[in-house]
Unconditional design. Sequence first.
Lengths: 407, 251
Amino acid sequence: MNLRIYDKLKILAEAAKYDVSCASSGSKRKNTNGFGNSNGMGICHSYTEDGRCVSLLKILLTNFCIYDCAYCVSRKSNDIERVAFTVDEVVELTVSFYRRNYIEGLFLSSGIFKNADYTNERLVRIAKKLREEHNFNGYIHLKIIPGCSDEMISDAGKYADRLSVNLEIPTEKHLKKVAPEKNHSTVYKPMNFLAEKISEVKEERKRYRKTPLFAPAGQSTQMIVGATAETDLEILRLSSDLYKKQRLKRVYYSGYIPVSDDERLPALKTPPLVRENRLYQADWLFRFYGFATEEIIPDSQPFLDPDIDPKMSWALRNLDLFPVDINTADYSMILRVPGIGIKTANMIIKARKHSLIRFDDIRKMGAAMNRAKHFIQVPGRSLLPSYSTDKMRMLITQPSNQMTLFS
Amino acid sequence: MIYTYDGTFEGLLTTIFKIYECKQLPSDIFRNGKSGVMLFDEVCQVNTDTTLSDRVIKGLQKRISPMGIRNLYKVYLSEVKGAEMTIYGYIKYALENHRNIETDYTNEFVLHVKQLVKMIHREVHRMHAFVRFKLTKDGIYAATIVPDFDVIPLIGQHFRDRYADQRWLIYDVKRNYGLYYDLKVMEMITIDNLQLDERKQFREYILDDEELQFQNLWKTYFRSTNIKERENKKLHLQHVPKRYWKYLVEK
């Protein structure tokens, strides 16, 4: 084996880590005649010391790039070593790691050389080789380079499970400040085409089962948070649109990690992790908990509260809707009780068909009672005196160091 | 009355049948040899009879779903102290009610079964994630595991489907048996005199020449993909508790 491969891997993995998409889920690809499969749920084979899941071999094909975006570590003007993998090196690494159960598959991106199509063609070639020559049925996530043609996208979708093209800077206005050579139309055009094509194939497959798969795990995108001045309101409105119109599977919010001294970017000491966490919590609320964007982030408050999670924040603004009677309320309202998640809400709904639910039962079913107890009504427990919003806030706010998705 | 059985699932179900037959309520149920010295309770050693265990299953099938029955099997595999009494409590509750009680989570046995199944699923999922194969000189991708529960019966299908074109072996070092797939069938095997190092991994001399290179490449990748500015040891440990570190090449 070429010893140079260690250096290449180090450099190209380090450069790729800023694209935080980590999912290996969404695709139920069966093993046909070869090896590998995708179980739909995704598997995290390891976790980095920063707590993120390692599920795929996430690398750039090369960190050489013709563009000079201020927020990117691989920008043209950055004085760093530039390397590139060969197609065979990427294929061999993917197959060897996969067979050892280190990974679910490959996540392949690249700096841009020559032009978008030329670069993308190389990525597609690797995916094609894995599928056709090696009979590889594991997960493949390919990046779509902004500016890429429809033909190239159509080709990519034949071999990849997920495709993504990144907005990075949420609004065009701010994008121009830090990456004047770029514009959002080069991102939206491929994104829109992809959305259409994915729908088209889905429809066809309903009618004719043998229609070949096309990006079965859909598409996603990423926005960098904290590099430019957009508010949470702008960011979440945008995500909401992306989920509705372009039917994206995921939007990723990546806290800006300072990679340059460029004056156009804030000189942060640490990445805005709390803000990022709140955005993910808000994202979960409108995807899984039935909240509308306006409910989570009203116009009057363009930033999410850093001290309190968005669900609790909403509850405190709507105390007149509580307490919720656990034994009679709708599923959708039970879901809105702080401290009660989807699993617990489902258990409550099922269990109450058999018998009355009491305070202790809810605790045993997994609710976070230190929060939930202020908002529910159950037999055997007297109603708590109604507190003012401020008093409730005081009761609930506690220092939280560890950030999980469901705090 | 203390009941003991031979440690098999059928044995446990036979025991439950006996409990109904003898009408002697159990104070505990143990695998043979696990009960310790019991000074005051009577001990009834149950001999496994598959006709009786089948009758219990048939009775259950009238009340709960196939998934529900499979869940009881998983609870049995969990080897958790008290698992047998939980299974007994669940079956008793299921049989004495005419409705399907699977979702009656206010019942302590139904809830406990749900919690144990969740625990087992998590461990199975972790095995799918943390098993790391090493290529041996014989061309077999081999791995050792030391799981908290007896997961071997539950993890094979996943690996068989995924690695259909490579010979592989997964060996439970604690329980001294494993799964071997030879490209045609997957079967349970026992290996005598397994040569393992202090990390309970296969010794280097049986590994393929390039194997170490791929492990080093993986370590390189793993280190490079970490973002130091986001360091969070607490979250890291929550996802990968220390007892799994021995599996992971990268640790």
